[in-house]
Design a protein around this ligand. Structure first.
Ligand code: SF4
Length: 549
């Protein structure tokens, strides 16, 4: 008989994880100390009253590398700092005196006036940079602190904000780019997104979280809900009708995890309350000792979905939730590219830049084209694309031509359509390799080399490029995920390259790509590698077989 047979298993005692609800109020790392010393939202007044007047050198380092993020500001990387040396440099050595600025666009929703304004701000203050991120934001570069009061005034006069675009806060809420107009959605989540934003964005009670907190709300499965801290996914309840299925604890980066269903159905008007309960649990029980374990996914993994739901119901909502069914998974990924009829008979038209690379000029051209076609609304997508809504049928062809001229193709090749890239070494201080320009070259080269066979790709092959081990471009859920790192080439030189992850996906194939030993490729050989993988897949697959199967 085994020595421990018959005895209850001993629970391993964890050291304190810095959970406020368990009494760990004393900050346990420098980030927590910084947030306790001064509330991050207070930095706005200092930027307007002190730093905008005194310039970059007047900025307190604690604000510069910490609290600025709560208003969407990061210092960008000094131009020309080589990726291979990054590990030997202190963070401040990489700081440029220019900033990246993120404008949060909840649900990716914009009027054409707002889109044109974002373009004008880019041209005036950001050297015509304005990338579309995979979180439906617009991201500027080359911003100077002196210009921030004017930029905020222009944005806020138009109903836009950078508040909590970054930082340990509730970040932009992803929403369906076709919410309210799609024939395929179970329910329109827009009112819930707007209400959460109205009640809670900038609310000090949720502005000091253990780490960032990402939300997705959609009436259909087009927002990568499986990899969010909290997600509300449209589902039809057999008794109660359309509402949302609640998921918690997803996330990528290191230690990627797929979110877990709570098995609870929530009606539209209760989504903000349930959201506040989930983020409240994260604030109170989230792990604050180590930044590397601070995302809500670690708490959900330790507790499990059942305990999480129980705490949500008993301590936060003070009532039980209704049990609900799982949503049906669509057969194909949804990206809204091309021309589609809306439920009101008008059309929406989705156009693709390359890997989100956009500009102020592109945004202005898209806004003018949309207005000429009779539209007043656009949405950005979680795939780094732009969709024009409410287009009459007679205007569709003209709009398609104008968008293409602006750099937004509505009938893109599979490569342009399915390649995504993060910011990379051009501007990001954490980056090890170039990504955006590499993605652009990859798309152009694959369009040439695979022109004869790309029509055979009835199931798309997604290729995502990251500049470092973080996963801003969601590499673990791509068919071909590329994690930037320094690799050794055939001559023994240390050069830019990628660790390959193969076979990840969302939806039907939700799971993480396998990191194959030895599958490392130099940046220069990347196109050869992707071409080889795609040709092998097409040659060896069964009819209709997807890449991840
Ligand atoms: Fe920067 Fe890395 Fe994120 Fe790319 S993945 S934007 S390199 S932090």
């Amino acid at each position: 008989m085994a020595p421990n047979a018959g005895r209850p298993a001993r629970t391993k005692q964890r050291r304190g994880e810095g959970q406020w609800a368990l009494g760990y109020r004393e900050p346990l790392n420098p980030n927590e100390r910084s947030k306790k010393d001064d509330h991050p939202l207070n930095v706005r007044a200092r930027i307007e009253n002190i730093y905008a007047r005194g310039g970059f050198d007047s900025i307190d380092p604690g604000d510069l590398r910490g609290r600025f993020r709560w208003y969407g500001l990061y210092t960008q990387r000094k131009p020309g700092i080589d990726g291979g040396r990054t590990a030997t440099l202190e963070p401040e050595e990489l700081d440029d005196s220019y900033f990246m600025l993120r404008v949060r666009l909840d649900g990716g929703a914009l009027t054409t006036d707002q889109l044109a304004l974002l373009g004008e701000i880019s041209q005036t203050y950001a050297r015509d940079t304005a990338d579309i991120t995979d979180r439906q934001n617009i991201q500027y570069h080359w911003i100077q602190v002196e210009d921030m009061p004017t930029i905020w005034k222009k944005l806020e006069d138009a109903g836009l904000t950078t508040m909590e675009a970054c930082g340990d806060s509730p970040r932009v809420i992803l929403g369906s780019p076709v919410a309210g107009i799609s024939k395929d959605e179970v329910i329109d989540g827009t009112p819930a997104i707007e209400e959460i934003r109205r009640r809670y964005v900038g609310d000090p009670q949720f502005a000091n979280l253990p780490r960032k907190f990402k939300t997705a709300i959609s009436g259909q499965q087009d927002v990568a809900h499986e990899i969010h801290d909290v997600a509300f996914v449209g589902v039809e309840h057999p008794e109660h009708g359309p509402g949302f299925d609640v998921w918690v604890g997803g996330g990528l980066s290191t230690n990627p995890m797929i979110a877990q269903r709570l098995g609870a159905w929530v009606p539209l008007d209760e989504v903000p309350e349930v959201w506040a309960g989930v983020i409240g649990i994260f604030r109170d029980y989230g792990y604050r000792r180590l930044r590397s374990r601070a995302r809500i996914k670690f708490l959900v993994k330790d507790w499990g979905a059942e305990k999480f739901r129980e705490v949500l119901e008993t301590e936060y909502l003070k009532r039980p939730l209704i049990d609900g069914p799982a949503p049906e998974v669509p057969e194909r990924p949804i990206d809204h590219i091309g021309v589609h009829q809306q439920k009101d008979g008008l059309y929406y038209v989705g156009g693709a830049p390359v890997a989100g690379r956009s500009s102020g000029s592109m945004l202005i051209a898209a806004a003018k084209a949309a207005e000429r076609a009779g539209s007043g609304r656009v949405r950005l997508t979680p795939q780094q694309k732009l969709v024009v809504l409410d287009v009459p049928e007679t205007e569709v062809d003209g709009l398609k031509a104008e968008l293409a001229e602006a750099g937004l193709q509505t009938e893109p090749s599979p490569w342009r359509r399915n390649v995504m890239a993060c910011t990379g070494i051009e501007f990001c201080k954490l980056a090890i390799v170039e990504t955006k320009a590499r993605a652009e070259a990859l798309v152009a080269e694959l369009e040439q080399r695979l022109a004869g066979i790309q029509d055979g790709l009835d199931n798309p092959v997604t290729v995502h490029l990251n500049g470092c081990p973080n996963s801003c471009a969601r590499i673990q859920v791509a068919d071909i995920g590329l994690k930037g790192q320094i690799v050794t080439d055939d001559e023994g030189n240390q050069v830019e390259g990628f660790q390959v992850h193969l076979g990840g996906g969302l939806g039907l194939d939700a799971g993480f790509g396998r990191k194959l030993r030895g599958h490392k490729v130099t940046s220069a050989e990347l196109t050869d590698y992707v071409e080889r993988v795609v040709r092998n897949y097409l040659a060896g697959r069964e009819d209709g077989e997807r890449f991840a199967q």
